[in-house]
Design a protein around this ligand. Sequence first.
Ligand SMILES: [Zn+2]
Length: 452
Amino acid sequence: MIKTPIVKFNIKDLDLTTSEKKVAQTLMKAAESIAPIYEKQENHEFPGANFYPHDATKEEIEKAAEKNPGILNPYTMVERGAGGKLIAIPYHVKFKSQLGKTSKLLEAAAKLTKNHDLAHRLHLQAHSLLDGNYELSDIYWLSMKPYKIDIAIGPIDRLDDKLFFKKASYEAWVGIMDEEATQKAKIIQQEIYDVRRKIFSSSQKADFLDKTKLRVDKTLIFSGLFARGMFTSNSLPVDPNLMEKYGIEITFFDSSLDVKFAKQHYPIFQSVFEKEFQKDYSKEVLREGSFRNVLLHEIGHSLLRYKDSEERLKELFPVIDELAATIYGIKSCASLVLKGIMTEQELEAIMIMFICRAFTWWLDSQTQPSVEPFALGHAIALNYFLAAGALQEQNGISWPNFSKMFMAIEELSNGLEALISLGSRSDAKYFIDKYGSFMIYSSFVNRLKGLK
Ligand SMILES: [Zn+2]
């Protein structure tokens, strides 16, 4: 039996009033109620999960979509109708009865909260789940003043659709803002944005730097695809046209990162790096390095949105896009170090944790196909480092050559941005075939035994 896709985080000392607690609890129930819908969509045995009939080929679906664009709409399930013809059924019709429950819980939370903005947004969200018009509630969310309790709920990420990267999976999170961590993260974000503002960019580039919001949350619950992927951050909306109009909101899930660091990143550091080398880096500096990887990844995303890149790169887009974001972010740290906002050792910790996170993605991808693009992207980077002479392995990775690694990062970042801004699917395919070998991971298999 597969586990129900719900993860609850145990968080001590939450700074909430009694009434706020009630709101949060009701939102958690709403989040939980979305899990059964996700279970109907997910199916790791088929690249198209349950979004398309299992016997339908990619060609048949594409052909049907030419006549009926609803077939490749992000919010429809594709089924066989009369005579075996492919038909598209909107999510809000297909899952109507379950969504009714979720919507009621959101309305209940809207009545409980004393924050007017949140109440209005929950009301819009409850409606959008039932009528399939998600844009309105997204827009309101992006324009509202940040509030300490937050929820995202509905069909959002498209990672489960390995056939076309079109269909959105149901998922939800509920979080409470961590003010201090949020402020610290904003300093790094602003510095990187200031540098980027000085660079010329093409007309296809989506520009929304002044409308980017960022928050670090103590997460209470993940449901649906979020629970499966145990993601550490998210950026919404996903449509570059909406981004440009209304900006984006980036959320960091610190609770999820805590779990990942303790169970994966740190034990991996202890397994793949040479013992003497490990002594130079404290657990705290590495934990911060791990958070900064996530932070830089999302900052990178926000700077690398091109309106036509999905169309050009097709199903290979996530591999290139996810890697490019992190690599661009790390590259941008040069100016932070020069200005004394970050120490050299902190930058090294970021690169060390980048390597550890690569192994995490690889291990996760063996049971969780939705993270495959991340594992493949990181394999590309590790192979790139190896070719640049930045990494060597004998009794574990000993002192990496950080200056070579940083130069490789700069070069790789330029190559990836070229693919995102101008490249074709076949350019991306060539690049992935050249550098994307998973052999790099297998040479570490023995060291990673015992890790989940
Ligand atoms: Zn990403």
